[in-house]
Write a protein that binds this ligand. Sequence first.
Ligand SMILES: [Cu+2]
Length: 152
Amino acid sequence: MNPIPMQGAQRRRRLFLVSLALLAAGCSAGARIRPPQDAADYATERLSAQGAFRVAYRTEGPVPVGRLHAWTLHVARANGTPVTDAVFAVDGDMPQHGHGLPTRPRVTRHLGNGDYLLEGVKFQMGGWWVMDFDVTADGRTERVRFHLQLNK
Ligand SMILES: [Cu+2]
């Protein structure tokens, strides 16, 4: 009987358990970030951070999970006039999971009258998502954040 391999196995097992514990701690830390409770925060039309732009999105039917699809964005100034030359940076994230989108959505064209086509959107799972748009127009850049609660 050689005790050394057994000790090695025990050490590996201990390391494995410690990793599991760290993983569990990481998950619960993520779960402590709570999604907004107010239904208004899930609105599909929102004001940008400093109030310069009003941005709305719409999709064909409910926002799908696990399927590539497009959004139509509408951008207007605070006074309601459409913004026809906006430039966008897009980012999506699941704050509780620490991961983003599996794709890189991009605004591919202006459809006219302040409507823009956002292509390549795909949410790979249900749950709480945030979509951030950095909108640049009129010599300024402001962020608009949409919250989504998606059902798989
Ligand atoms: Cu996730």
